[in-house]
Design a protein around this ligand. Structure first.
Ligand code: SAM
Length: 708
C-alpha cells in the first residue's frame, strides 16, 4: 500500500532512477510488479501493450470495492462435528464453496488467505456460444461475450493474484478463441516476465471439430504464470516408448538408439550447456560417448519393457500424452468439460508440494480438488452451480480415507461462537422463525398435545425449540401423537440442529416438510434479540444490499433504504442451467441471500418399478405461486442413499435436447419438461433413494424414498 501511494512520489522515483543508473537494475522491491512501480511510466515511455475495451475497471477499484460474501457452513464430512474454531495450519478443513467466485475469493482474501495459496488452476467456461435468440434478453445476460468475458476473468484474476503465495503459480485453461486476449490480460496483471509457458494440450478428440473449410481443432491452451521470478517448480517427466521391430528373427532398434558393451540401450545428445567439469563427472559414470574427433555426446539410458524401449523425458510445453476423459481410464463423473486427472496431476505435482494449498475457483466436478486430495495437498474449490457442488461432493467422498471437508455457501454472514455467548429467548425465536417463513401466528393451536405455532396456507407449522439436535425420531414422536390426524405438517428447525438430513420425510401417512433456518441468521437473531420483524428487515436490507454489489447505502445505517425492488429482481435472475451443454458456457453472478429452502416447493411424484429399473413420474410441481414442471432446472438422484451423505449418481436436466455419444456425435434426447418423468436404471440401485429437486434459482427440495 505504501508503495502504491508513493507511485508518483518524486523522491522514490529519483531513488529508483539513481539505483538503475548505478547498478543497472531496479531495487528488489520495485522490480517485479509493474502495477506498483512501472519503470516505463516513471521514465515516461510506457510502451507496454495493453488491451483496451469498454467497461475495463481500475485495478484499485476491483481490489477495494469488490464485496466479500462470507461463508456459511452447510455440511461437514469427517473431522470434528463441531463448528470449526478459528482455522490454523493444524486445524485445516478442505473447502467446497458454492457461490460466485468473485465474492468468495474476496472473502478468502479478507480472512487470512492472502499469499497463502501455492497453486491456482482455473478452467472457466468458454463463452464461445452466443444465445441471442429473438426476444431472449434474459439468456443473453447469463452468457458473457467479448469484452464482458475478458473483464469477468480479469476481475477475478486480479483478486486471485493476491491469494497467491510469493512462490506460487497460476494456470489458466482456455480454448483457442479467447486465449490470446487473456494472454495479454495475464501479462498486464502478472507481468510478462512471469509468463512461463503456453501449454498446448492436444486432446486427440475423436469428434471432428472443424468445418470442411478449415483444419479440425484439436487443442486447448493452458497459460502458466508464476507470481514472482522465483517459484516452486518440480520438473516433470514422461515415458516415451520406442518400439523394437523384428526382421528375420533379428531386433531392429529404433532410429538413434544404440546398445553398449554392457547391454544397455542408450541415446545420445550434444553436450549443450554442460561444463567440462560436469562432463568429467558424467564420463566417470559411463554416461558420455566420445566421437572419433573427441567431441563428447551425453548418453541417456533407456529401460526395456517387452518390445518397447522406455525413455524418460522431461515434459515440454506440448502435451500429447494425456487423453480426454471418455477415452482414458479416468473415472467419468459425467460433468461436461470434466478434465482428465492426469492433466491436473502433472500441474499439481509440478507447481506445489505436499500440504500446500491448491485452489480451483471454477471447480466444476473438482478434478483439481480430487487430485490435490490424492496428492496430499490442501484444497479449496469454488463453483456457482449446484450440480458442480454435488458432483464434487460425491467425487471427494469416493476417495478412500479422504481428509475432512466442508461444503459452504458463500453469501451469508457467520459470526463465530456468538450463540454460545448469547441466550436466545424462546418466544422471540419462535416468532422470528414464523415470521421468517411468513407463518400466520394467529392460527396457533394444540392438537393431541402437539403445540403448533401457526399455519402456513392450510397446514400447521411446528417450530422446534432452538436447543439440542433434531433427529428423525423427533418427527416420529410428533407423528405418534398426531395419530395420522394431519396429512401434511411443516416443521422449522435451525440448520445447526439438523440431524434429519432431509427436507421432506413421509412417516406413515404424514408428510413432513422440514425447513431450515441458516445458522448465520440464527446468530444474527441472537445478536439482535429484539423485535423479530426489525431483524428481518435488517437482514433483508443487508443481504439485498450485498446482492446489489454495494450500490445502495450501508445497511447498518438507520436511514438505509427499504427493500430495493431492483435488487430483488437481480436476485431473481440467478439461475441454474437447464441444459447440460450450457455448463460449458454459462457464467454466473450469484448474489448472497440464502434461505436454504422455503415452503414454496411442492412436488408430487409416483415411483414405479419397470423392467430395467424405476420410473419416476412427476405429476405436480408448484413453486410459490408458479405451477409447472418448467420451474425446475435439474433433478439429482442418489440411487443408494445412505441416509446421511448425498452422492449424486444421475442428473436430469429440464430442457436437454441433445447428448454427445462416445464419438462426439449428437444424439437427440428429451429433458424432463417434455417427458414429465425420469428413469433410473437398475445398476447400483439400493433400497433407499434420495432425490434433490433444484429450481431455477438453486432452491432445493430433498426427498427420500424407500424402494420395495
Ligand atoms: C469448464 S467448467 C470446469 C470443469 C472442471 N475443470 C472439471 O474438471 O470438472 C467451469 C465451471 O465454472 C463454473 N462457474 C461459472 N461462473 C462461475 C462463477 N462466477 N463463480 C464460480 N464458478 C463459476 C461453472 O458452473 C462450471 O462448473
Amino acid at each position: 500500500m505504501a508503495k502504491q501511494q508513493s507511485f508518483d512520489d518524486y523522491n522514490i522515483k529519483r531513488e529508483v532512477l539513481e539505483a538503475v543508473k548505478k547498478y543497472g537494475k531496479l531495487p528488489e522491491d520495485f522490480r517485479f510488479d509493474p502495477e506498483i512501480f512501472d519503470l516505463q511510466k516513471a521514465l515516461g515511455v510506457d510502451k507496454t501493450a495493453k488491451l483496451l475495451y469498454d467497461g475495463k475497471k481500475d485495478k484499485r477499484t476491483i481490489l477495494d470495492k469488490t464485496i466479500s460474501a462470507p461463508f456459511q457452513e452447510i455440511r461437514r464430512f469427517g473431522g470434528s462435528k463441531e463448528k470449526s474454531e478459528i482455522e490454523n495450519e493444524k486445524n485445516w478443513y478442505n473447502k467446497l464453496i458454492y457461490g460466485d467466485n468473485l465474492q468468495a475469493i474476496k472473502y478468502l482474501l479478507d480472512n487470512g488467505y492472502k499469499e497463502k495459496v501455492k497453486l491456482i488452476y482455473i478452467d472457466p467456461p468458454f463463452a464461445t456460444k452466443s444465445d441471442f435468440s429473438k426476444g431472449e434478453v434474459k439468456a443473453y445476460r447469463d452468457k458473457l461475450e467479448g469484452a464482458e468475458f475478458i473483464e469477468f476473468l480479469r476481475e477475478r484474476l486480479i483478486l486471485m493474484k493476491e491469494l497467491l503465495h510469493k512462490d506460487g503459480s497460476i494456470y489458466i485453461h482456455l480454448d483457442q478463441k479467447k486465449g490470446h486476449y487473456i494472454k495479454i490480460i495475464m501479462d498486464e496483471i502478472f507481468g510478462e516476465w512471469n509468463y512461463k509457458n503456453q501449454i498446448i494440450w492436444m486432446k486427440n478428440s475423436l469428434g471432428a471439430k472443424g468445418s470442411a473449410t478449415a483444419y479440425p481443432k484439436n487443442q486447448d491452451i493452458i497459460y502458466f504464470y508464476s507470481k514472482n521470478p522465483s517459484f516452486t517448480f518440480n520438473k516433470q517427466y514422461f515415458k516415451q516408448k520406442h518400439l523394437i521391430q523384428h526382421k528375420d528373427r533379428k531386433e531392429l532398434l529404433p532410429n538413434g538408439i544404440k546398445i553398449d558393451e554392457k547391454g544397455q540401450y542408450y541415446w545420445t545428445a550434444p553436450k549443450g550447456d554442460y561444463t567440462d567439469e560436469s562432463i568429467k563427472a558424467l564420463d566417470k559414470k559411463g554416461l558420455v560417448e566420445w566421437s572419433k574427433k573427441g567431441t563428447p555426446r551425453i548418453k541417456t539410458i533407456l529401460s526395456r519393457e517387452g518390445d518397447y524401449l522406455i525413455r524418460k523425458r522431461p515434459v515440454e510445453d506440448v502435451w500429447t500424452d494425456i487423453e480426454m476423459i471418455f477415452r482414458s481410464s479416468d473415472i467419468n463423473y459425467d460433468y461436461p468439460t470434466q478434465k482428465p486427472e492426469k492433466l491436473l496431476e502433472r500441474i499439481i505435482k509440478a507447481s506445489s508440494n505436499e500440504n500446500d494449498i491448491v485452489l480451483d475457483a471454477f471447480t466444476g466436478s473438482s478434478t483439481t480438488c480430487a487430485v490435490a486430495e490424492i496428492l496430499k495437498r490442501k484444497w479449496i474449490g469454488i463453483d456457482a452451480g449446484k450440480l458442480a457442488i454435488y458432483t464434487s461432493q460425491k467425487r471427494i467422498l469416493d476417495i478412500k480415507n479422504h481428509k475432512p471437508f466442508i461444503v459452504m455457501n458463500s453469501g451469508v454472514y457467520e459470526i463465530k461462537d456468538i450463540d454460545k455467548q448469547v441466550k436466545i429467548d424462546e418466544n422471540l425465536y419462535n416468532n422470528f422463525a414464523c415470521d421468517l417463513f411468513q407463518v400466520n401466528r394467529n392460527k396457533k393451536e394444540s392438537i393431541n398435545g402437539v403445540d403448533f405455532s401457526g399455519k402456513y396456507g392450510n397446514n400447521y407449522v411446528y417450530v422446534f425449540s432452538n436447543k439440542g439436535k433434531i433427529f428423525r425420531q423427533d418427527l416420529e414422536k410428533i407423528e405418534d401423537k398426531l395419530e395420522g390426524k394431519l396429512k401434511r405438517v411443516y416443521v422449522i428447525i435451525s440448520q445447526n440442529q439438523d440431524k434429519v438430513y432431509a427436507n421432506y420425510l413421509k412417516i406413515k401417512n404424514t408428510e413432513f416438510y422440514i425447513h431450515k433456518i441458516p445458522y448465520s441468521l440464527i446468530v444474527q437473531f441472537a445478536i439482535e434479540n429484539k423485535d423479530s420483524s426489525l431483524i428481518i428487515n435488517h437482514l433483508r436490507k443487508n443481504y439485498i444490499l450485498k446482492a446489489n454489489r454495494g450500490n445502495l447505502k450501508n445497511a447498518d445505517n438507520e436511514n438505509a433504504p427499504e427493500i430495493d425492488k431492483k435488487a430483488l429482481e437481480k436476485i431473481n435472475k440467478i439461475s441454474q442451467v437447464k441444459k447440460k451443454s450450457d455448463i460449458e458456457t454459462k457464467f454466473s453472478n450469484i448474489a448472497g441471500f440464502d434461505f436454504v429452502n422455503t415452503f414454496e416447493i411442492e412436488i408430487k411424484e409416483k415411483i414405479k418399478e419397470i423392467k430395467d429399473g424405476i420410473e419416476i413420474k412427476i405429476n405436480k410441481v408448484k413453486i410459490g405461486d408458479k405451477e409447472g414442471i418448467n420451474n425446475l432446472a435439474m433433478i439429482l438422484v442418489d440411487k443408494d442413499y445412505n441416509g446421511k451423505s448425498f452422492k449424486v449418481f444421475n442428473t436430469f436436466f429440464a430442457d436437454d435436447d441433445t447428448e454427445e455419444d462416445e464419438e462426439g456425435k449428437k444424439i437427440e434426447i428429451k429433458g424432463f419438461v417434455k417427458t414429465k418423468k425420469i428413469t433410473i436404471d437398475k445398476k447400483g440401485l439400493g433400497k433407499e433413494i434420495g432425490i434433490i429437486y433444484l429450481d431455477d434459482f438453486g432452491n432445493e427440495l430433498f426427498k427420500q424414498f424407500s424402494l420395495k
